[in-house]
Each structure stands twice: as structure tokens, then as C-alpha cells.
Design a protein around this ligand. Sequence first.
Ligand code: GYE
Length: 321
Amino acid sequence: MIKWLCLAVCTAFLLSGCGRQGEDGQASQDSAKESDNLIVVGLSQVGSESDWRLANTRSYRETFTEENGYYLIFDDAQQKQENQVKAIRDFILQKVDYIVLDAIAETGWDAVLAEAKQAGIPVILSDRSVRVEDDSLYTSWIGSDFCRQGERAGIWLRDYLEEKGRAEEPINLVTLQGTLDSTAQLGRTEGFAKILEKQDNWTMLEQRTGEFVQAKAREVMEYFLETYPDIDVVICQNDNMAFGAIEAMKEQGKSYGKYGDIIVISFDAAEAALEAVRKGEINADFECCPDLGPLVDETIKKLEAGEEVEKIQYVEETYYD
Ligand code: GYE
């Protein structure tokens, strides 16, 4: 976890302890707010599809505590956008002070975010962004520069192949994409494509979604291995999908990683995946910081003080190989 304390985070906020927090809108946030002057936050989370997501939820729960001045109403959408829309409507009815949205997909938010705006509730996007006609429907987006992550992965691969004397060799790639239309999937795909399109000898055989989930990625990787006998590189748009891909490669007797045939690239750099990098099972892993709670907190505190906040706030990140 230590590794994942985002560089842009102010340490003062990390001192806040883990206290009791609101559960799923059951308790009366009105009384909590009135007696303690707490800021009521309605948070709509994507689900629990990956290690990254669990760490991200932990960060929110550890940040939005009563000790830190909050009453948290947390809703897990279980990977369904309609659940997120419903949660936002509930938050509006409950007159929360802020809505924090970690959007499953980028599109489909205009109507419900307009309802939040109408109700005068600021919406802060965390981790993933949205595509809406009117940008004033949200106050700020705090997350990763996913496009930069994808581009870095492409640059890393180009340099690695050059170092191995393979710069001119034909290279076949496949991609296990995340949830389609999510900011992480779109950005990582677009960023990598910027490098891919400049390499005449690289061929992207196929890109298919594994929905950021290990079991699904394993199935897709099995299909890739059966369909394409000569894969040189698998790009996994998160660590859990890299684990799924590794399971499929092991099962089919393929060698992979630093000491094998198929180069494995991943994103997130969760603890278990870093162990796989150390063992040489994953060649390179591009960090994505899940510890967004303190940054959202900082933004809310600024808004409470009547200060301006940046429309887009990117977190600084690195990579491991
Ligand atoms: O990479 C993946 C998760 O949006 C950055 O979502 C997040 C992505 C992360 O399920 O593991």
C-alpha cells in the first residue's frame, strides 16, 4: 500500500484515522449532519472487479470518516450503470452535499447529472471521467492520465525490443481491454495506439474486452492463443487480467514474461502484480494510483472554503519493470 500513496496527495490528509462511517444510506445522515456539522458525501462506486478497485474503495472509506468531518453514503453499483444512475437519484433525494461519481462508462450521464445540477449538488468525478455535452455538469475530475499510461507502455515496449535487437522484427500483439467505454480502457488504448501506429513492423492482431476481470480475461486469452499461434506481446489493461492471461498461458504450455516468449505488459501495479514483475512473469507494469480519497477530500475542503478547483486533476505515476 505504501507505494500507492499518490505523489500529489498532501500528507496532512493521510493522518486522518479510520473511524466509523456511514453505511449504504441506511442511517439518518440528516441527524448526523445536524449534530456534527458533517459534510454528507454520496459516493457511487463502480463495483469490486479488481484489486485496484478494492484499494480505491478502501481509500474512500478511510478518508470520508466522521473524524475527518464527513458522513459517507457509499453505493456499490456492481458494474451496472443503471445502478449508478439510481444511486445518484437517491443521493439527490437525500440532499447530500456532494456527489462523488466513479463512472463505469463515459457516456450516458447527461440527464442524471443535469438533475444533480438542478438540485445544486456539486458532482466530483473520481478515477474515471464522463463525456457530457455540458462540462458544467461536473465540478472536477480527479484521476489518472490514462492516455499517458498507454503511451508510456508503448514507449517502454519499443525501447525494450530495441534493447533486445528486435527493433526490425515483425511483432504480433493482442490486447485484453478493460470495460469498454470506461476512461481507463479508452485512454490506455488511445495512448498505446499513438506508439503502435508509428511502428510498421507491429501488428495488433486483436483487441477484446476482458472487462477488467481475471476469469473473463483468462477465457479471452485462451481464445487468443487458440486463434493466433504466434503472439509476441499481450497488453493487459489491468493486473487482474494479466493474472488471467498468465493462467491461460500456463495452461496451454506457453512461455511468457522476462524469461519466456510472450511479453506481458500490465497496468495498475498492485502489490501482487509487482511480485509477478519481480519474478519476471510480468515484464512491465504501469502504475495507476487508487488512493484518490485524500485528493477528493482536498477538493471538497477547497470548495467548502469557497476556493476555485482545477477542472482536471491528474495524479503523478510511474512504472515498474
Ligand atoms: O485499472 C482496473 C479497475 O478505473 C483505473 O478499473 C481504474 C481501473 C483499473 O477495475 O483495475
